[in-house]
Each structure stands twice: as C-alpha cells, then as structure tokens.
Design a protein around this ligand. Structure first.
Ligand SMILES: [Zn+2]
Length: 284
C-alpha cells in the first residue's frame, strides 16, 4: 500500500479509485471508524478511511484515532494524507480554498493521545507536527503555493459545537490561522507510529470572528464544502500520480530513542506495538 487518505467532513469516498475492496481491521484499540477501502489510482495502491464513518456517525471527540492509525500501519501504510474541514481565523485564508498547515495547537481535552500508556513510556517530538516532505508534495499536487496556502497554525478544539466569539478572537490574538476538530491527536499518533502524515485543510468559513457576518453554521458551509471536496479529490488524484514513496523519511525514525522504559520491563503488548511501528508490515 502506498498512501492512505483519511477523509474528513464531506469526504466519505474517493473518486478516481478503481478495483475497490473493503477491509475490516481489528486493533488492540478497537475497530477503526469504518472499513478501510483499498483500490488503485494513478498506478498506486491507495487506502481510504472516512474519519467520521461513511455515514458521518462519529463526533470529532468520538473518533477512534488510535485504532485508525494503528489499522493503517497494520496494512503497511507509512504515508497518510489527513483531510480536514476547517474555519479560517485570518482574512487571507478565504472560504473555498485549500491550505496545508505547518503547526498545531491542541486544545482538546477528552481524547486518548498516545499509544504508550500501558506501562511503556515514549516521548516523541511533534515540534514539526507534520511530515515536511509530504506537506511539500501536497502543496505541489495542489498547484503550488499560489493555489494552495502553504503553512499556518491549526487550532484543534474538541467540538462538536463551534467556538464562541470570544474564543475565536482569542485564537486570532494567538496568531492561529485555522480552526478544526480532528488534527489532534492524529498528528502525534502518526508520529508515534513512525508514519508520515500531512493535513489538507478545506477552508469552509470564517468561524465567527468577522464583525457583521453571520457565524458559521453546518448548513451554511455545505455548498462551500462541496466545492472544496471536489478540489481535494483533484489534489489527491494528482498526488497519487506524482508522489513516489521515498527510500526513507525522518518520520520513520520518530520512535528511535523515544522509549524510556527499560526494555526488560516492557509489557508484551507494547513490545508488539513497537515492533509493528518499526516494520513495514506485520510479520515482515
Ligand atoms: Zn515523513
């Protein structure tokens, strides 16, 4: 498998995907959000997983983030494109456009944020939370920095409600660029799993900070989201053709030196998990 796409709000299936099969994967962290759809696109094997389920049943805080990343690693996937609908916190990020954020502020409070909480302690670095190589490939696939906004800090909240106006203005004063509900803990979990991950953000609205403008509502963003999803499908199809899996990436070594627990004290479950994350496939 070459690349996986985790689809966000509005993106429940991938166009351009041929020879489709569906795979159920069970993990030590439960079932993923849905069956994983696998097919070919641009001569590559592509996997697709709708983050909220194919009929959008899962609220952002209820998404099984650990099971999703773990299941993709079981399938041997090391490159993940995470699609996320977001609100814009700055004038220049206009609704209807795409962005590839480069920083993350995690304000979520009710999610399992690590694979290592069972007697094994690991400290990975999310200083650069997303794979710089995959980010660059996404920007290029989107037509370059003129067509896709390259960079910006993603503010992740629990949701499912949108922000209050005071919160929205606070995030703006913190110089955050966009607000969404799913980039965390996905970014850190992918890092812990030695996988490359980058976010393709679909800007759907201006949240609620703009004076004189109606605040964001799920209803109002639907039309913008449809256009955004079409554009995202195009970027993914181009990426599938252009993006060769590299011989190596720094993301694939995130766990090196990160585990502080004495190896003699590692529970069997953690040992197995580390082994999976360090190999290309189970059993390889
Ligand atoms: Zn990488």
């Amino acid at each position: 498998m070459d690349i996986a796409v985790i689809g966000g709000s509005g993106l429940y299936r991938l166009g351009h995907l041929a020879e489709v099969e569906r795979i159920s994967v069970e993990t030590p962290f439960g079932a993923p959000s849905d069956e994983i759809v696998v097919g070919s696109m641009g001569g590559r094997r592509i996997a697709f997983l709708p983050r909220h389920g194919s009929r959008h049943r899962l609220a952002p805080a209820a998404v099984p983030y650990r099971a999703n990343i773990y299941a993709l690693r079981v399938l041997g996937i090391r490159q993940i494109v995470s699609v996320s609908a977001v609100g814009s916190l700055v004038e220049q990020l206009r609704p209807g456009t795409l962005a590839v954020p480069d920083q993350l502020v995690d304000l979520t409070r009710s999610r399992a944020k690590t694979f290592f909480d069972d007697g094994c302690v690991a400290h990975v670095s999310p200083a650069e939370p997303w794979c710089s190589r995959l980010r660059a490939a996404l920007v290029a696939a989107g037509g370059g920095a003129r067509a896709v906004h390259d960079g910006g800090a993603y503010c992740c909240i629990d949701g499912p409600a949108f922000s209050t106006r005071a919160e929205s203005n606070l995030y703006r004063r913190w110089q955050l660029s966009m607000i969404g509900m799913t980039a965390a803990p996905e970014a850190v979990l992918a890092r812990e799993a030695n996988a490359c991950l980058a976010v393709l953000a679909l800007i759907t609205d201006y949240d609620c900070w703009r004076v004189g403008e109606a605040p964001v509502s799920a209803d109002a963003v639907a039309e913008v989201m449809r256009r955004n999803v079409d554009a995202a499908q195009g970027v993914i199809a181009k990426l599938a053709v252009d993006c060769d899996e590299p011989a190596d990436c720094t993301c694939w070594h995130a766990l090196d030196g990160a585990v502080l627990t004495d190896s003699s004290a590692l529970p069997a479950s953690a040992r197995e998990r580390i082994e999976l994350f360090r190999t290309r496939r189970v059993g390889s």
